[in-house]
Ligand binder design. Sequence first.
Ligand SMILES: *Cc1c(COP(=O)(O)O)cnc(C)c1O
Length: 421
Amino acid sequence: MNFQNSLDFAKKMDLYDPLKNFRQKFYLPSQNGKSQIYFCGNSLGLQPKSTQAHIEQELKDWQTLGVEGHFHGKNPWYYYHHFVEEASARLVGAKKDEVVIMNSLTVNLHLMMISFYRPTPQRYKILIESPAFPSDQYAVASQAQIYGYDPKEAIVEAVPRVGEETLRTEDILAQIEELGDELALVMFGGVNYYTGQFFELEKISQAAHKVGAKVGFDLAHAAGNVLLNLHDWEVDFAVWCSYKYLNSGPGGTSGAFVHEKHGNNPNIPRLAGWWGNDEKTRFQMPKQFVPQAGAAGWQISNAQVFPMAAYKASLEIFEEAGIENLRKKGDLLTGYLEFLINDLNQSEKQGNFNIITPHDPNQRGCQLSILTGENGKTLFDKLTQVGVVADWREPNVIRVAPVPLYNTFEDVWQFAHILQS
Ligand SMILES: *Cc1c(COP(=O)(O)O)cnc(C)c1O
């Protein structure tokens, strides 16, 4: 694609965008009567206009049916997680039975680690990327502590080389091999929240298995953003949240993936609850827990229907748009943003922006993380004042995520234009 730095060009890109009508399916927040340029879909995705009706349907069934809604509602609550299974599985490249929508993200991460982090005196280390999201760091450290290990020793970080911002796959693989039979688990973010780097998950999965370790991914910044193939990559488990790229609202329900090679094994230790019990006998209240086959056997409590109704509304939009199409547009939007920033760096005004996200489209999703110069915070505040919603990370990074469902090429051009002025 030969990009051009002009408003006309951006408008033309929007005109010929096959996904252009999806923007109208969302509410765009406004400031001083003007729609904001919203680049924060990696933090909290926007509200689909259809969300309200989905939640109201469940409110209505509750009003009119009471407890009968469990079996006689339009979407019987007893089976609610099944209604979001297939579309979720498609987004992460899984079989239907390998995914379940439940709880929240960090909770699911703990549930998965209880099952798949089983340290022994010989094999107890966890490899995690640096910088990892704080919640993930706390989660892995506390898991190690439960078994009496000092996190300083048990948690190993994969750190970028001196002078570099992102990790090289070859270094990650070498570190896995070096840890060898001390390594119990590789737990990586799929897309790093800070740099936007999309790791080569298949290679990481293979390397982990080669040394006998398990592998799990936190897909908070990957689900609904990049193309995933968890089943074929033989990932042991994964978790994600639904309120970032998946637009299901603040604190929305999370997802979990358990590979079928584990999902059908009732002997895998887990924290059990009645909702994980075999659906057919669940209401007979058997004394002995018999897990359902698949990821659903990791459920603990009954479904959180209202947030899951919001999830369902959003998934329908993803089904209509298609994740491959979204990724194609996402690559163009992100590529255009990159082009404009590089153009700015070369202009007579000499912008001084250093994009730390990988240049290779296969190693990133929608997000670009931009290292700013000294007055980055002033610049960020200016952006906020004129209605650009981006995200500031200390000490001097602006994270910008043009999301293919609702952002436009004009949004991207306007953003660069404001940076320049
Ligand atoms: C957003 C995010 C979280 C948030 O965790 P919650 O349990 O949903 O509050 C955790 N980990 C990563 C990598 C994230 O990006």
